[in-house]
Design a protein around this ligand. Structure first.
Ligand code: BG6
Length: 505
């Protein structure tokens, strides 16, 4: 394992993301030898913490990983805290002094990684100060990792991008979409490009429709304030869903490299049709959860959640159909849905193949019961919480008849393998340390995603009609099902049925 020499400076060091994701991920990198002695972390935020307090907090955040006392001490001794007001120029000078001291102390060779994990409103100010206060060293590398949301629409994203690119080059900017660090999202390329049976059929001649579901059973929890301004479209579709879609839609890259993969993803997103307002109304629906019951749990409606305006029109659910205007995908609908307070947490991709041209196995005339239509072959990629894939096929029912029986070839990663898999943030941090931007979003991807999503948002904002509603615990409003039914399809994944059959929903 190669040791990485680096100074991390985390803006937003007291925040939720830093505590839940960054410190544990850094600790895992430390444990596995990617970070050894030559690394240091400066945490900054407004609060006046001391190094000791900061180190205690860091230790608390990694406690669930069961470090030994010595390990926890040794790891957290690399952490330093500096209270910081992002608008105060003098504070950057202090930060620079501390950075230079730590660089010498830990022999970091001038490598600097800045992590912006705070409100995007401050990103521009921070990067411009990094430059004006001469914090960008000429010795090693300097890179910046930027948390989402990258803007709130195309215009704000473009402005933010201008601010950042006036200081950092595109290849020094790592825009995080944590879905790209997930094991099974990375597996999409393996499934597609290492299996001829799929890649040769990966087009509109053999595929009927593709379904991407990112369902969450949680509500907005304590993020009502943020979420109410964002809504599911910006929170999930603009980034995660369109990223997953681009990996499914893209052409095979010439090589499995950052440059080639990104180029194909950009082209894929450029082929996604930017709808007219009429097309938005036809192809996208939104919903908001009301109070509901699932098994023994009673849930509040969205409007009763803390931090949410009582007359909020914000959507907590989106379902839609994307159209891809290119040779490969013309005529194949890509259905997507995501929402909070749905039946189960689960991210799945269902690739539904076309039927055989003629069904030879219809019931004989006069047979006692009619044989149902053939089930389609479906490739399912399970992203989370289970990881794996399955392929549903039709076989003959054992016995004298010739009834078709849908069966499944299924593979799941073992619980042990999942347990030992690096977390998304751990992988992405390591990529950024190595200078590999493959699993980060290029500006052109972000820009195109906003163009696609902006018209949907604008159409909804200008519409007289509000959100549909759905009871907490269900898989969204009726309109989400009708969206597919009107095209003659249905959602392949329906975890709600199990509960309905047992009267638990
Ligand atoms: C985040 C959203 O980007 O992704 C959250 O802001 C959402 O609202 C989360 O809950 C889902 O991520 P995961 O990894 O749990 O699927």
């Amino acid at each position: 394992m190669k040791e990485n020499k680096v100074l991390f400076t985390i803006f937003g060091a007291t925040g939720d993301l830093a505590q839940r994701k960054l410190y544990p991920s850094l600790f895992r990198l430390y444990r596995t030898g990617s970070l050894v002695e030559s690394f240091a972390v400066i945490g900054t935020a407004r609060r006046p913490w001391s190094d000791e307090t900061y180190r205690e907090i860091v230790q608390e955040t990694i406690a669930y990983l069961n470090p030994t006392e010595e390990e926890a001490q040794a790891f957290s001794s690399h952490f330093y805290y500096q209270a910081h007001d992002v608008n105060d120029t003098e504070h950057y000078d202090k930060l620079k002094d501390l950075a230079d001291t730590l660089d010498a102390k830990y022999t970091l060779d001038g490598n600097r990684l800045y992590y912006l994990a705070m409100s995007p409103a401050f990103f521009g100010t921070i990067v411009s100060h990094l430059e004006s206060q001469k914090m960008l060293t000429s010795d090693g590398y300097h890179r910046v990792i930027i948390e989402k949301p990258f803007g709130t629409d195309y215009e704000t994203a473009a402005k933010l991008n201008e601010e950042i690119t006036s200081v950092f080059a595109e290849n020094e900017i790592y825009r995080i979409d944590h879905y790209l660090g997930k094991e099974m999202i990375q597996n999409i390329s393996a499934i597609r490009f290492a299996n001829n049976i799929f890649e040769s059929m990966w087009n509109n001649r053999y595929i009927d429709n593709v379904q991407i579901s990112i369902a969450e059973n949680l509500g907005v929890e304590d993020r009502g304030g943020y979420y109410d301004k964002s809504g599911a479209l910006k929170d999930m579709v603009q980034n995660h869903i369109l990223q997953v879609l681009s990996l499914l839609v893209m052409e095979p890259p010439v090589a499995f490299s950052e440059q080639e993969i990104r180029a194909e993803k950009i082209k894929a997103l450029e082929a996604v049709r930017v709808y007219t307002p009429e097309e938005v109304k036809e192809n996208f629906i939104r919903g908001q959860y009301t109070a509901g019951r699932l098994a023994d749990n009673q849930y509040l409606g969205y409007l009763e959640e803390p931090g949410v305006a009582e007359d909020s029109k914000t959507e907590t659910f989106v379902a839609g159909k994307f159209t891809i205007d290119n040779f490969r995908w013309s005529g194949v609908p890509f259905y997507v849905r995501t929402g909070k307070r749905l039946t189960e947490k689960g991210t799945r991709i269902n690739v539904v193949f076309k039927q055989v041209p003629v069904n030879l196995f219809k019931a004989e005339v006069g047979a006692e019961c009619e044989q149902p239509a053939l089930e389609p072959n479906v490739l399912t990629i399970y992203i989370q919480p289970t990881e794996g894939f399955s392929l549903s096929l039709n076989g003959k029912e054992v016995g004298p008849s010739f009834n078709m029986l849908p069966t499944q070839l299924a593979y799941r990663n073992s619980a042990e393998a999942i347990e030992n898999t690096p977390e998304a943030y751990e992988k992405l941090l390591l990529d950024a340390l190595k200078g590999d931007g493959t699993n980060f979003t290029h500006w052109k991807e972000v820009a195109q995603s906003w163009r696609i999503v902006d018209v949907i948002r604008q159409t909804w904002d200008q519409s007289e009609e509000g959100c549909e509603t759905y009871p907490a615990g269900t898989m969204g409003p009726e309109a989400a099902f009708e969206l597919l039914e009107k095209d003659g399809f249905k959602w392949i994944w329906h975890p709600d049925e199990w509960y309905r059959e047992r009267n638990l929903l």
